[in-house]
Design a protein around this ligand. Structure first.
Ligand code: IPE
Ligand code: IPE
Ligand code: MG
Length: 254
């Protein structure tokens, strides 16, 4: 067994005996551009390398028994990047789908794409339908891929759809509880993330899951996304296991 594999197994064991594994991990996959610049490469090559990290991250999540993973792949604000970069990202989406969908289905991963899909090209939409269709029977891991995603936007569309139900007389404003509101969000069916990870050291949320992360633990790592691997996911979960989640209460005996 290689040293790396040995180290990974030891870390996995440490996590498994370390306490609860989060049910839902959300990740802001950041730092692809910097990874490429550091090597004198164009930014899109950083995004291409980042796809390999997605694979490692899914493998790590399956090995740990994490049931929901939400990956921030492309924000609504990212539409303002140079056209070549946006086009490259959309091409990579199709490439990812072609390359991974069968393997994901075999591993029991169900992919759901969340975001404002109205801006996607025909080809990108086809990729979305293809990966969702191929993987719809997956029961091990729900993989939410946030594409053309903005959290304020998501909250607004939830508010609008509930307002429409009120106007139609199907519900009354008093029926709009936290649970009902959460069900109107794109992430409906996934519990709130227990752990939010951001790579590349940036200390901000960048319009990601604003409602859902109300009580998430936050782990920021300096690792750039293309360098992220199973061991970084395990480290993030170990960090999570060391936290004391209080949800506003006090600890008994403290
Ligand atoms: C994250 O990497 C991927 C996307 C936002 C699409 P970046 O492209 O933001 O990389 P940096 O932050 O410029 O290094
Ligand atoms: C957030 O990263 C969006 C994704 C990871 C897809 P950005 O690189 O776009 O965010 P900012 O600009 O640093 O806030
Ligand atoms: Mg960035």
């Amino acid at each position: 067994m290689s040293d790396r594999k040995h180290g990974l197994d030891a870390l996995l064991e440490q996590v498994q005996s370390g306490g609860d594994v989060p049910a839902h991990v959300a990740i802001i996959m950041d730092g692809n551009g910097r990874w490429a610049s550091e090597r004198g490469l164009p930014r899109w090559m950083g995004h291409r390398e980042g796809m390999k990290s997605v694979r490692r991250c899914v493998t790590g999540a399956l090995d740990l028994g994490i049931r929901h993973v939400t990956l921030y792949a492309f924000s609504k604000e990212n539409w303002s990047r140079p056209l070549e970069e946006v086009s490259a990202l959309m091409r990579l989406l199709s490439e990812y789908v072609e390359r991974e969908r069968q393997a994901l289905a075999e591993k029991g991963v169900r992919v759901r794409v969340i975001g404002d899909l109205s801006r996607l090209s025909k080809q990108a939409l086809k990729a979305v339908e293809s990966i969702q269709g191929t993987t719809e029977g997956g029961e091990e891991l729900m993989l939410n891929l946030a594409i053309s995603y903005g959290s304020r936007d998501e909250i607004l569309q939830a508010a609008r759809s509930l307002a429409m139900e009120c106007v139609a007389g199907e519900i009354s404003p008093a029926d709009i509880t936290e649970d009902r509101f959460a069900s109107a969000l794109y992430t409906s069916g996934s519990p709130d993330p227990d752990l939010l990870v951001r790579t590349s050291g940036e200390m901000r949320v960048s319009n990601f899951l604003l409602w859902q992360i109300a009580y998430s633990e936050i782990h920021v790592t300096p690792v750039l996304w293309p360098d992220f691997g199973e061991s970084d996911l395990y480290e993030a979960v170990l960090d999570y296991q060391r936290r004391e989640r209080r949800f506003g209460r006090v600890t008994l005996g403290a």
